[in-house]
Design a protein around this ligand. Structure first.
Ligand code: SAM
Length: 257
């Protein structure tokens, strides 16, 4: 199968991405560990640290699939709770995971159960599209999207929606695979991702095409600078980014002021 963006229409892309994540959902966590050598855990820790979770925070994690970010945000909030009197009278913290794919949400819900995170934890799972979020304007303090936005068909629409659902003063934070600038490192990275990842997908997940798609979607995603300008065009201010692993991954940040 060829999932190259240029060869498919927008509707087809949404359907294909749906298929990909339905296929990868059961082996998703294992594949992440194998493909990144466990590094995705460190990147996610770093990301959540940057988000500065606080008691009473209303957080939205879009494309949050299996809950990796949501669980970390909740853990970080809980660590602070005993220290803050605010917990007694302030708004209850809430973490909403929104994902377009019910199969990914199911894996996340199961993991939440295993962790003892029921409704009382403030965690909610909502099926929805990043391009048209099922939330009211100015509902959240923080918005995160981690390894999700490159799968969205209309990235500009998703950024506008992020801006809409954030409260004034709210923060947008996005982690995504990005561009390695050093030519030497880039050659190594290309060799790894184009040969090793589809083979891992084939052997572990029995689905080479989905992993081929993932690698291609990473290559087609805009550069750090270009993506920063798209975030600014959606109305965000103070837009900055930080590169991890030589730019293979980048964290972009912006504020709704
Ligand atoms: N954030 C999680 C993580 O880092 O482990 C999951 C990332 S996973 C690579 C990408 C997720 O994006 C999938 O769960 C997929 O269903 C979701 N997704 C793709 N297109 C979407 C859209 N338009 N709106 C919301 N979620 C979407």
């Amino acid at each position: 199968a060829d999932f190259g963006y240029k060869k498919v229409s927008r509707e087809e892309k949404t359907t294909l991405v749906g298929e990909v994540f339905k296929n990868v959902a059961p082996s998703y966590d294992l594949m992440n560990d194998l493909m990144s050598g466990g590094m995705h855990r460190l990147w996610k820790d770093r990301f959540v640290k940057k988000l500065h979770p606080f008691v009473g925070m209303q957080h939205l994690d879009v494309a949050g699939g299996t809950g990796d970010i949501a669980f970390r945000v909740l853990d970080a909030i809980r660590e602070q709770e005993p220290k803050q009197e605010q917990a007694a009278w302030g708004p209850r913290s809430s973490v909403v995971v929104c994902d377009i794919n019910p199969a990914m949400l199911e894996v996340g819900k199961k993991r939440a159960q295993e962790r003892g995170l029921g409704e009382a934890s403030g965690l909610q799972w909502v099926e929805g599209n990043a391009e048209k979020l099922p939330f009211e304007d100015a509902s959240f303090d923080t918005y995160s999207i981690v390894f999700g936005i490159r799968n969205v068909t209309d990235i500009e629409a998703a950024l506008r929606e992020a801006h809409r659902v954030l409260k004034p003063g709210g923060r947008f934070l996005c982690m995504e695979f990005s561009q390695v600038r050093s030519p030497t490192l880039r050659a190594l990275y290309d060799a790894y991702s184009f040969s090793v990842i589809p083979v891992l997908g084939d052997v572990v997940a029995r689905d080479r095409a989905s992993y081929q798609y993932l690698v291609e979607s990473i290559r087609k995603f805009p550069s750090q600078k270009k993506f920063a300008s798209m975030i600014a065009a959606a109305g965000f201010q103070e837009v900055t980014y930080e590169n991890l692993v030589a730019g293979a991954v980048a964290i972009h940040s912006g504020f709704k002021l």
